[in-house]
Design a protein around this ligand. Structure first.
Ligand code: UDP
Length: 373
């Protein structure tokens, strides 16, 4: 059995790191190749060492102004060379990015079985998040083995006519790594001192569909929140996307000591911050999940989420892409009793597989592909 594990962005690397570790524990390292598309060069290189990921090949597809169609084209072309050199028995992709779509498409066109990790997440709106919702749905049509995080994701796949025998509910590998670092003794360095901060909100914004007018309005709402909560500090690790950076710089040019704007943090440092936050404001998929796993309330800067369990468990609430409901929601979330948050958090963690998702993932792959050897 030989496989390819492909990733290209920070969240994919984070969620695949424990899977790669588990493959290393269970199989010979020569049984699979780890390939990076290089879609997010800087955010990836910042994290690969601390995630302990050894990359066998880098396709280096990142360009100055990335357009999804060109990115997909560059990745499929580069993968075609990889497949010609050494044909794998399967290719594993994780999530919903251009790398995932290109990897799945290249596999399908070469009749190489595609394994999709995090299969079945849906907003059911092709435009939000764009193009990720379309990528996920299209990848499901050409996937051989669907590895779903939850029963709800499995139901989404069944509703689209995917054969039940091709779906396995494995849990969320993002929770596996988060759990592993919590029990570890690492104390990552932050570019500022959080020991003196008793009450802070953490902000991350990067979604394409939030750029422009929605982000402008959201910044106004964050300023209003800062006015209403003078005792709180706001920490914003900014995403390198120029569309985000320009708007932040425009709105928050003054040196307010209660607003710390910093460069993207490495995963370990980000987790340290997340764990101590009073509130998270984010449009990220991964950060939604991680805040829920820690019982930290999250105001989701979107109109809809593919993780509705978080909203149903009241661990987080939608505030709109433009943050129109932020003020009201932030007050409600921060007033939720601690005990209720803990109960909801524990329920969420159980739904994510309690930290066994990577073991379940490798089991599913070995069972499926060893049978075919
Ligand atoms: N993250 C990080 N440093 C940061 C901000 C986020 O390591 O400064 C991590 C975060 O812990 C989560 C992942 O990046 O695991 C989420 O990635 P992103 O928000 O870019 O993408 P999404 O999850 O929306 O696909």
């Amino acid at each position: 059995m030989t496989g390819i594990i492909l990733f290209g962005t920070r969240p994919e690397a984070i969620k695949l790191a424990p899977v790669i570790r588990e493959f290393c524990r269970r199989t010979d390292r020569s049984a699979f190749r780890v390939i990076s598309s290089g879609q997010h060069r800087t955010l990836l290189s910042q994290n690969l060492t601390s995630l302990n990921i050894e990359v066998d090949a880098n396709l280096n597809v990142m360009m100055e102004a990335q357009n999804p169609s060109e990115t997909v084209n560059r990745i499929t072309t580069a993968l075609q060379h990889e497949f010609t050199d050494k044909r794998p028995d399967w290719i594993m992709v994780q999530g919903d990015t251009a790398t995932v779509f290109a990897g799945a498409m290249a596999g399908y066109l070469n009749q190489i079985p595609v394994i999709h990790l995090e299969a079945g997440l849906r907003t059911k709106d092709f435009h939000f998040p764009w193009p990720e919702e379309g990528f996920r749905q299209m990848v499901s049509r050409i996937t051989t083995l669907h590895l779903a995080q939850t029963k709800r994701s499995k139901q989404n796949l069944l509703a689209e006519g995917i054969e039940e025998s091709a779906i396995r509910v494995v849990g969320n590998t993002g929770y596996d790594i988060q759990k592993a670092i919590h029990v570890g003794k690492t104390d990552p360095q932050l570019p500022f001192d959080i020991e003196t901060l008793s009450n802070f909100a953490l902000i991350t914004i990067h979604r394409r569909e939030n750029l422009g007018a929605p982000l402008e309005h959201l910044c106004g709402q964050i300023k209003e929140l800062m006015r209403r909560y003078p005792e709180m500090t706001f920490i914003w690790p900014k995403h390198p996307n120029p569309g985000v950076v320009t708007v932040i710089e425009h709105h928050f040019a003054d040196d307010d000591p209660r607003l710390i704007i910093c460069e993207p943090l490495d995963y370990m440092a980000f987790q340290k911050l997340l764990r101590s936050s009073s509130l998270v404001i984010s449009d990220s998929g991964g950060v939604q999940e991680e805040a829920a796993s820690l019982g930290v309330p999250i105001a989701i800067a979107r109109n809809e989420t593919e993780r509705p369990d978080i909203v149903e468990l009241e661990l987080g609430r939608l505030v709109g892409r433009d943050g129109h409901a932020l003020i009201e929601v932030a007050a409600d979330l921060m007033n939720r009793p601690h005990g209720t948050m803990i109960t909801s958090r524990d329920r969420w963690i159980e739904m994510q597989g309690n930290g066994c998702a990577s073991v379940n993932t490798v089991n599913a792959v070995l069972e499926t592909f060893r049978k075919q050897d």
